[in-house]
Design a protein around this ligand. Sequence first.
Ligand SMILES: NC(=O)c1ccc[n+]([C@@H]2O[C@H](COP(=O)([O-])OP(=O)(O)OC[C@H]3O[C@@H](n4cnc5c(N)ncnc54)[C@H](O)[C@@H]3O)[C@@H](O)[C@H]2O)c1
Length: 269
Amino acid sequence: MGNGIAQVAARAGFDVVMRDVADEFLARGMKAIDKSLQRDVDKERLSAEEKAIIISRIKTTTDIASLSSAFIVVEAVTEDLGVKTEVFRSLDGVTGPEAILASNTSSISITKLGATTRRPDKVIGMHFMNPVPVMKLVEIIRGAATSDETYEKTRALTAKLGKVPLECHDSPGFISNRVLMPMINEAIFALYEGVASRESIDGIMKLGMNHPMGPLTLADFIGLDVCLAIMNVLHDGFGDSKYRPCPLLKRYVDAGWLGRKSGRGFYEY
Ligand SMILES: NC(=O)c1ccc[n+]([C@@H]2O[C@H](COP(=O)([O-])OP(=O)(O)OC[C@H]3O[C@@H](n4cnc5c(N)ncnc54)[C@H](O)[C@@H]3O)[C@@H](O)[C@H]2O)c1
């Protein structure tokens, strides 16, 4: 997600510093950016010169101090509260006092991340969708202490990136995953209970609701471990049994059948 965000920011004309913990991850990120932009060159949506200029706007580093002059940092590290807390503490120390600290988290509380810094008014959620260069939406999440000024600046920046900012308050799953994941979980329950085959469930939702892919295919694409983690966030956050993850989803994750990335999920790849 981080390389996708760097790519759209550079394409919109911003100078970007992309930071990771090791050079090999940065190289992988730059390769993904190159491949994505090359696709646009091949389709004649971008010239080779423009591609080179976009890439030249992105500097890579493993040193967090290189972010010191940024006016905004968009954090997109591993979805783990401990890792993100550590990153936010460090960012709070190295960036200027006016810098906005945004998180691309799918499920972690923005209010909690803000509270680990001395500037909770400047901490906000910028939830990009995957793949970042293609998807129009950025869900903008306001933590309990996020100021109107931070929100306005983030909204304006998102529009400059060519994306559509839509606002919501900090609440488990925000809007996107609160609505999407229970639908996917329900599809898994239907499969678990033998109500229909995987093909039938996906076909009914795809053809009947005009969804681009069925919920089981989508779960495989997202990753079943990610789906389970988000259902657990909803279940714990609301304390409501309507969010309990389906036992079949748990069983697949226990078996290491995580979807596309592991070669098997509800389908085989
Ligand atoms: N994958 C998706 O579809 C998706 C969609 C929306 C939001 N998100 C969110 O985006 C974030 C990243 O997800 P991803 O799928 O790109 O994960 P990923 O595991 O593919 O990438 C995370 C990157 O962060 C790096 N990293 C880990 N610790 C770090 C640290 N301390 N400092 C700097 N870099 C560090 C890792 O080396 C890795 O390159 C998560 O918060 C996730 O919830 C993901």
